[in-house]
Design a protein around this ligand. Structure first.
Ligand SMILES: NC(=O)C1=CN([C@@H]2O[C@H](COP(=O)(O)OP(=O)(O)OC[C@H]3O[C@@H](n4cnc5c(N)ncnc54)[C@H](O)[C@@H]3O)[C@@H](O)[C@H]2O)C=CC1
Ligand SMILES: CC(C)CC(=O)C(=O)O
Ligand SMILES: [Mg+2]
Length: 392
């Protein structure tokens, strides 16, 4: 899984950075394999040499090592520029601890990749027809959901007894400040800055009231051009269905609300199989912050699709590889500053999904009602990526 040792003209490729690949379980390895083919095309065409290492996390690690992630793999995560992750879990491992998913949670914690960016927009306008929401309601939806990724109810000292369970839902000032700053920094990358919404349950939860107060303070002090708006999480679940474009811009929330509400994006845009994500250890882009920088001038991050291991369709070559391939685009953009190549992958995906009338290839995997398999979709994207790299 490495790029060629020399460029076509015989020169040595520039050192491109280290990537740890953790394919995980069920459809994870199926879609990761396809995304790596796209990465190899980019490495080949640009001469950038990435150092790739593949290891285990999830049920596959439980089977081999008796733990969902080993200390050795956690250490490797700390010594790379980016981690490329598939998905962890499946019914055969159940939920008793440590379950496969706990491996991913431990990696997020160890890497302190506290900002999980989950963009929601149509990868092609042809997909408007696949949304269960009326076209006139969902057309133009375009937001970035930022989910706090290392705190809240998913972490802390849990109590699990036969008849009692407790997950403390805690947030402290530094945890809130750093993630809302990422929301502000992303919004400021646009001219005029994007609207930012902070999502909470401040009408009920103490940790939400602290979240709201600190988010307000950070925006007043550090992002005076943005007027932060607050939205309760329960009504947002409704408004995402009835008026999703009202939230175009950037949304930021805690771990639990963000996990649940960002899956709704899959419902809005046609299929969960299309959606990528990036979990970052600092703000992306040229910001005045050294937090989370990697050895190649980008941000340390873990990249994975929003979807899980889809055990219901695994082993049949049916999974849509698009979410994983778009996660690769996010990795190139945020961890490797390869904006051109990231844009090319997104354009290639769009062309493969566009209707023939619009000059596209109109390829549809099963989640979009079509007959194409994982490899067919991936090969079409690879072909478009190669063509666009040569011609643009
Ligand atoms: N980051 C991760 O590793 C995550 C892991 N999980 C784990 O995954 C396992 C399955 O969870 P589910 O609740 O079923 O959620 P899921 O996201 O795996 O699947 C939900 C539905 O979406 C479909 N789907 C998902 N990805 C698809 C793709 N690429 N192409 C076509 N269809 C796709 C599935 O077939 C299923 O019908 C569980 O063990 C869960 O804990 C769930 C979410 C995230
Ligand atoms: C650890 C994961 C299984 C939690 C989740 O659902 C997600 O991150 O999307
Ligand atoms: Mg989830």
């Amino acid at each position: 899984m490495t790029a060629p040792e020399t460029n076509a003209d015989g020169t040595t490729p520039a050192s491109g950075g280290k990537i740890l690949v953790l394919p995980g379980d069920h459809v994870g390895p199926e879609v990761v394999t396809e995304a790596i083919k796209v990465l190899n095309i980019i490495a080949e065409e640009t001469g950038r040499k990435f150092e790739l290492e593949v290891d285990l996390c999830g049920g596959c690690s439980l089977d081999k090592h008796g733990d969902s992630v080993t200390e050795e793999v956690l250490q490797k995560c700390l010594n790379v520029d980016a981690v490329f992750f598939g998905s962890a879990g499946g019914p055969e491992w159940g939920t008793a601890q440590p379950n496969p998913e706990s491996g991913l949670l431990r990696i997020r914690d160890r890497m302190q990749i506290f900002a999980n960016l989950r963009p929601c927009k149509f990868a092609s306008k042809a997909l408007l027809a696949y949304s269960p929401i009326k076209t006139e309601v969902v057309k133009g939806v375009d937001f970035m959901f930022i989910r706090e990724n290392c705190g809240g109810a998913y972490y802390g000292k849990k109590i699990e007894e036969a008849d009692y369970g407790c997950d403390p839902w805690e947030y402290s000032r530094p945890e809130i400040e750093r993630v809302v700053r990422v929301a502000g920094a992303l919004a400021m990358q646009h001219d005029p800055p994007l609207q930012v919404y902070s999502v909470d349950k401040a009408n009920v939860l103490a940790n939400s009231r602290v979240w709201r107060r600190i988010a307000t303070e950070v925006f007043e002090k550090e992002f005076p051009k943005i007027q932060l708006k607050h939205q309760l999480a329960d009504s947002l679940a409704l408004l995402f269905i009835t008026k999703p474009t009202a939230f175009n811009g950037v949304l930021v929330s805690d771990n639990t609300f963000g996990d649940i509400l960002s899956d709704e994006s899959g419902g809005l845009t046609g299929s969960l199989g299309l959606l990528p994500s990036a979990s970052l250890a600092g703000p992306p882009g040229n910001v005045d912050s050294k937090l989370g920088r990697n050895s190649v001038g980008g941000v340390v991050g873990l990249y994975e699709p929003v979807h899980g291991s889809a055990p219901d369709i695994s082993g049949k070559g049916l999974a849509n590889p698009t979410g994983q391939i778009l996660s690769l685009a996010m990795m190139l953009r945020y961890s490797f500053n390869m904006h051109r190549e990231a844009n090319i992958i997104e354009k290639a995906v769009e062309r493969c999904l566009d209707t023939r009338e619009d000059g596209g290839l109109e390829i549809r995997t099963g989640d979009l009602g079509g007959k194409a398999g994982t490899v067919e979709m991936s090969e079409a994207i690879q072909g478009e990526v190669r063509r666009l790299l040569k011609t643009t």
